[in-house]
Design a protein around this ligand. Structure first.
Ligand SMILES: Cc1cc2nc3c(=O)[nH]c(=O)nc-3n(C[C@H](O)[C@H](O)[C@H](O)COP(=O)(O)O)c2cc1C
Length: 371
């Protein structure tokens, strides 16, 4: 079934056995303080065993003190976590799956008080402090050091989180970047800092693929839009990133009624990936309720993306790839918006997430583990 979906592809010099990847999904499974817990290992073992070609592990912070989103956000900023991260990479690779880790600075959404951002633009009642150039240099270096740690831990790739309104994307956005120095104003200036991060990361890690999670549209009236973001995508490709993984929205738009409505639809972010793909030669990943094999196959054959990113879709049913491949699609347990975004609500309350669609036994097993 679906030959394109199960065809090989090379990304950043690494061979992927098919076009399916797990898109990063933070579920609050790391230990307190961002350690690699048994629960996290078990979760990623299952995700890797699913048959996807590559698992992109959820965002890990590159600076706990200024850039972590929560107390259960993985830490990639300290050698104390190196052993745990190595264990995580090994757990994924033992299933014959490539392992990638996403690193992030949460910017204005970080726990830090005040949070740091390009400019002091109020967000959910908090006013971040605008970064100084010296602090930006420091963040650049820490991104590169974290990426090197990811390489040393044995992952096959690292992904920079340029989505969700976190620090890198907040520099590109005309809404959150109001700087009047060489890092603000024109798109050329707004993309300068994230491109500096990409360059510093690439030069420190050397021959090691660096992917990029990409914010294509903020879905806010005064936010970043495709017309500019596709230009930024071209700059990223020219800077040597291995792939671009496309998403839309930030915490400020995810819960707006119109966005909630449109993000219920199958493939709600595929058009964004398609727009980026038209502009770049490197592989593009599309995500967002890619619920069926037929739909995923069409995304590839219509040239909207080179790879499929499954996040909640795979978590709800880790047998999705096997069921699709074997023509057992009617058996798929679908992530369904009628659950009222239970997983998102749980993680925003700093709780470990479960999926209400899981079969009763699995749910019970999970609940037993939590007590
Ligand atoms: C609870 C939750 C956590 C997420 N965590 C991350 C993350 O750590 N990094 C990231 O780039 N995207 C993250 N995402 C976005 C997903 O990667 C994906 O783009 C989105 O959920 C759509 O794909 P899906 O419909 O298969 O879930 C998260 C989404 C959800 C719902």
């Amino acid at each position: 079934m679906h030959p394109s979906l199960f065809s090989k592809i090379t990304v950043g010099g690494k061979d992927l056995k098919n076009r399916l990847t797990m898109a990063p999904l933070y579920l609050g499974y790391a230990g307190e303080g961002g350690t690699v817990s048994e629960l996290l290992l078990e979760h990623y073992r299952l995700m890797a065993k699913s048959g996807v070609a590559m698992v992109v592990v959820e965002n890990a912070t590159m600076d706990y003190h200024t850039g972590s989103g929560s107390n259960r956000t993985l830490r990639a900023d300290t050698d104390e976590n190196l052993k745990g991260l190595a264990n995580l990479a090994e757990t994924i690779k033992a299933q014959g799956t490539l392992a990638c880790l996403q690193i992030n600075h949460a910017g204005r959404f970080a726990m830090a008080d005040p949070p740091l951002a390009p400019s002091a633009v109020q967000t959910f009642g908090r006013v971040p402090r605008a970064l100084t150039i010296e602090e930006m240099r420091n963040i650049c270096r820490k991104f590169a050091e974290a990426a090197l740690r990811v390489k040393e831990a044995g992952f096959d790739m690292v992904e920079l989180h340029g989505g969700t309104g976190y620090l890198l994307s907040s520099f590109v956005s005309p809404r959150t970047n109001k700087r009047d120095d060489e890092y603000g104003g024109s798109l050329e200036n707004r993309q300068r800092f994230p491109l500096e991060v990409v360059n510093e990361v690439c030069s420190l890690v050397g021959n090691f693929p660096v992917g990029y999670r990409f914010l294509a549209d903020e879905w806010l009236p005064d936010g970043l839009k495709l017309v500019e973001s596709v230009q930024y995508a071209k700059s990223l490709a020219a800077s040597g990133v291995a792939y671009i993984s496309v998403m839309g929205g930030t915490y400020e738009s995810f819960f707006l009624p119109d966005v909630l409505r449109s993000s219920r639809k199958e493939g709600y972010m595929v058009h964004l990936a398609g727009a980026v793909k038209k502009e770049v030669e490197i592989p593009v990943i599309a995500a967002g309720r890619i619920a069926t094999g037929a739909f995923a196959q069409r995304v590839l054959t219509e040239g909207k993306a080179d790879l499929i990113g499954l996040a909640r879709v795979l978590w709800a049913d880790p047998e999705w790839p096997a069921k699709v491949r074997e023509g057992r699609e009617n058996e798929i347990i679908h992530c369904h918006p009628d659950c009222d975004e239970t997983c998102t609500k749980l993680v925003t309350k700093s709780k470990a997430a479960f999926c209400v669609r899981w079969p009763h036994e699995k749910l019970q097993e999970w609940k037993d583990k939590m007590v």
